[in-house]
Design a binder for this molecule. Sequence first.
Ligand code: 5AD
Ligand code: SF4
Length: 476
Amino acid sequence: MPTERTVPEELLRKQYEYIDLIAARNAEAAKTSGRRPRAVAHTFGCQQNFADTERIAGMLSEMGYDLSDDVNDAELILYNTCAVREHAESRALGNVGALTHVKKAHPETVIALCGCMVQQKQVAEKVKKSYPHVDLVFGTHALWRFPELLFRTLAENKRVFDISGDEKGEIAEGLPVLRGKGARAWLSIMYGCNNFCTYCIVPYVRGRERSRCPDAIEKELRELVAAGYKDITLLGQNVNSYGKDLDDQLDFSGLLRRLDAVEGDYLLRFMTSHPKDASPRLFDTMAECRHVAKQLHLPFQSGSDEILARMNRGYTAAHYCELIAYAREKMPDITLSSDIIVGFPGETEEDFQKTLSLVRGVGFDMLYTFLYSKRSGTPAATYPDSASKEEKQGRFDRLLNAQDETVAGRQAAYLGKRLRVLVDGEGKSPEYPFAARTEGGLLVCCAGDGLKTGEFAEVEIDKTTLRCLFAHKIKP
Ligand code: 5AD
Ligand code: SF4
């Protein structure tokens, strides 16, 4: 059952008409040039952005474009941008700036920007003024209208900017999708965020939380499993609040159980979780579901309760540790990862020590550490800050060292263990020619006859380093 937030079918049908119109233009052009037009679709940012780019690539493919990586030989270049930190924005803008040369050499190439960065009004204005070679700009809410916007850019031969979108946002079901090669696939279950952590730009650029209806999610999962995908990640900014906006009474745990009933040989992961909404019920569900990987990414951001309160996170460090203890009790081998922000405005050495001690106390398998980045329009951007850049960098380095010490021990504990892994790429050396992931998501380089990309294998760990486990296939 579609929800009231689902884009009506007749509006989506219109987009298919635009796809057909562009396909006809492209077929005509191909007759003259002797080749199908090419499009580059590049992603900056998070998994949600990668998933969005897969939809855009799906639409491009139906429009008759061949996807390519070469910006110097493409009829269309699209960058899907990120706004979460300043660094992501400057990198995207740097890359856009570099396209001036491409536009000079090939004025007919269409340059398009989409995603979180350009959903911000001031950035869209800046692009309009200072990047005249950009032809098309559309925000996160307009993604499903890409065919119409591109058609206008091509047919009217003028710049098109659309960063509109009511803050509730809309869900477009049934868009084509072109997924990457390999055994991994992303499956969005919800969009947007209601949490307004005071440092974060996401709720402003992606709008309020809206959940896809469970039927649509299950249908997509069945298609993925049937197509041979074996490592499927459910995506949302805060998957633990899945379903709050639906009438179904189905929460995230309920959704996991429903999806787990889909038959097949595959792993189900999910990200991202929020400690204020993650519950013992979720961990019970994870422990009981056979397809759900025993892996948890649970960002705690800071170990200091004062900082957590100023971040508007809605939990304490003690509550976080209780959650982890419960998860470990239910799933002793669970792999844990987290996000941490260092140098939030007003963070003192004492606050930072609490973060360090939480890191040492919990023992994470993986950490994603970020230096605080001021995002204009967020509450934290106005908070007074005292620590210097050097102090913050020093804390950041100490945090990485503490994590490396923990990881060295955790990795070493795998020596001699037998694990089931999913082979998903090339290894780091001729001696270990395959790369694989454990159920917990750890990287394993593997050797042995009969290993095949896209298949599960039983391996035994031979040696370990900080970043990788090395293993050989166990003979059946
Ligand atoms: N500065 C630094 N890190 C941030 N994150 C989100 N916003 C910011 C910011 N302004 C981090 C958080 C989040 C992850 C996706 O990015 O740790 O969990
Ligand atoms: Fe940003 Fe917080 Fe929402 Fe995550 S939960 S997207 S950090 S506002």
